[in-house]
Design a protein around this ligand. Sequence first.
Ligand code: ADP
Length: 326
Amino acid sequence: FPQTINPFSSSNKENKAKVKAEHEDHHQACQFSVIEDPLTGETYEKGRLLGKGGFALVYEVFSTGSKSQFADKVIKKSVILKKKTTLEKVRREIAIHQQMNHVNVVQFHKHFEDLHHIHIVMEYCAKKSLLHVMKYQKRFTEAATRGYLNQICLGVQYIHSVGILHRDLKLGNMFLTDDDIVKIGDFGLATHVDDVTSSTLCGTPNYIAPEVLLKKDHGVEADIWAMGCMTYAMLVGKPPFETSSLDSTYNKIATNDFTLPEFMSDSARSFICQLLDPEPKRRGNLNPLPNGSNLLNHTFLTTDLSRKRDERRLPFKPLVQPNGRV
Ligand code: ADP
């Protein structure tokens, strides 16, 4: 199994404290109110801090001329210059993200550098991510999950169609606009399909597929696996292979050991089992072929039946009957 940071070890606590201190330091260094692209002279007014990533702070910014709102991912040069692989990772993220153009992918606007920072200016997603939305709800209904998943499938299908693997599809990277359009973001682990070998993955995806875990060659199927994990997490409220230790989670993934709760509809069960198939070749696919095997044609995504079933299974006795009688 890959050597990853164990989130339960004390050294990881120290690591977390270090990252927090770096963020504080970075935030202090970002106390400027206007950001300027030194090459074009274009300026942005800085707004709220939207969130923190591995080595970036993300701010709301407004273009001074048009007043358009964007999210600016600000990466401190001194941090990424400490490690050669980190600089490569940022370069690759920019190169890949700037090629993307799809309604279900966070739109890349521009990138530029000033003396101390690299800026990635992109579409602003007011509702942050599906992970943030889930914090306020235990789990999503099948109808809501279907609505999000149809969009995720279209976004992933597009990303694959231009020869890119995302490799870190997770709820925290599914951004949401004010009108609930899902936008896939964070291309920090993405790569070209042709560049993949069993050892090219630098970083650990959240929802790691068995073939990646076992260091076999991997392809688009690893993204499909992650979509299966996201579907499960949305419907159940926790990831399919979650345990209290990383090793036992990896064992569960390697042995395909997950359980589907009783409340899940047959179509949702069938959908998840197609995505979490341990054999990549058998896993559901998003190939735009009219042979009916495409996941977008699965009944879970096309039917309205599960929504009605959800409504019939209310966990309480309604006070007002559907026909209005009390
Ligand atoms: P990293 O790749 O370093 O993990 P992310 O790209 O995930 O960083 O961004 C970190 C946080 O910043 C996100 O969790 C979110 O809260 C916020 N954020 C990132 N991109 C956007 C965006 N386009 N719109 C709004 N908030 C964003």
